[in-house]
Ligand binder design. Structure first.
Ligand SMILES: Nc1nc2c(ncn2[C@@H]2O[C@H](COP(=O)(O)OP(=O)(O)OP(=O)(O)O)[C@@H](O)[C@H]2O)c(=O)[nH]1
Ligand SMILES: [Mg+2]
Length: 220
């Protein structure tokens, strides 16, 4: 008996798309600027992808995993590490925007509110923003503050995709349940892509597929 043909589709991405993602994310990626406020944003000159999600969900780690650089974006065990809108230029084709987390942090209430406000207003008003990634912890699934940000993105018609993070931390059965519950939860959100990405920045799972998906947004 002959072996079955090697599948050319990996989670909906064909080999050409995966290669386009690999090539894009192999390019130089430089930190451009960290904005403390919306009047300090860098020029809106490239398509942008924003990394949103609760504090500590793994936004900065995902920027590092995608770009293959361990310390490009600063990460920490302590929630509230990222305190600015941090812009990274990927090969002059795409900007990645690592954002402060919403939710909790060991900072004053005022500071956390100010970050939340900056994140929301950035997501609502940035003309070059092509997509938001809404990161959700595989252990916990969607939480009320994720719902809130998704409702806001629905209203402003910013297309977004949910990325389950830290999939290495849960059993396959739990992951499957959270994935199904999350997909069901997305049905009521018109601007959400129905398919979600399951990733582990630690193990590199789902990273090639996410690169392929983001490569479709990059400037020529
Ligand atoms: N096991 C595991 N740990 C992860 C993964 N991704 C991130 N972490 C850990 O989770 C913690 C938080 O990661 P960060 O990337 O700093 O999270 P963040 O969302 O940027 O957090 P804030 O900037 O504080 O909002 C760190 O200790 C990371 O090492 C993953 O895929 N697997
Ligand atoms: Mg961070």
């Amino acid at each position: 008996m002959t072996a079955p043909p090697k599948p050319s589709i990996v989670s909906g991405f064909d080999e050409a798309a995966l290669e386009a993602g690999r090539l894009l994310f192999a390019k130089e990626c430089d930190f451009v600027w960290g904005a403390d406020a919306l009047n300090q944003l860098p020029e809106a000159d490239l398509p942008e992808v924003a990394f949103a999600g609760r504090s500590n969900v793994g936004k900065s780690s995902l920027v590092n995993a995608l770009t293959g650089r361990k310390t490009l974006a600063r990460t920490s065990n302590t929630p509230g590490r990222t305190q600015q809108l941090n812009f990274f230029n990927l090969g002059n084709r795409l900007k990645l925007v690592d954002m402060p987390g919403y939710g909790y942090a060991k900072e004053s209430k005022e500071k956390v509110e100010a970050w939340n406000d900056m994140v929301r207003r950035f997501l609502r008003g940035r003309v070059t923003l092509r997509r938001a990634l809404v990161l959700v912890d595989s252990r916990h699934g969607l939480k009320p503050n994720d719902e809130e940000i998704m409702e806001m993105l629905d209203k402003t018609a910013v297309p977004y995709v949910v990325v389950l993070t830290k999939s290495d931390k849960v059993k396959a059965s739990h992951l499957d349940a959270v994935r199904r519950a999350t997909e069901a939860g997305l049905k009521k959100h018109p601007a959400a892509f129905p398919d979600i990405h399951v990733t582990s920045s630690e193990l590199g799972l789902g990273i090639a597929e996410l690169r392929a998906s983001l490569a479709q947004l990059a400037a020529a």
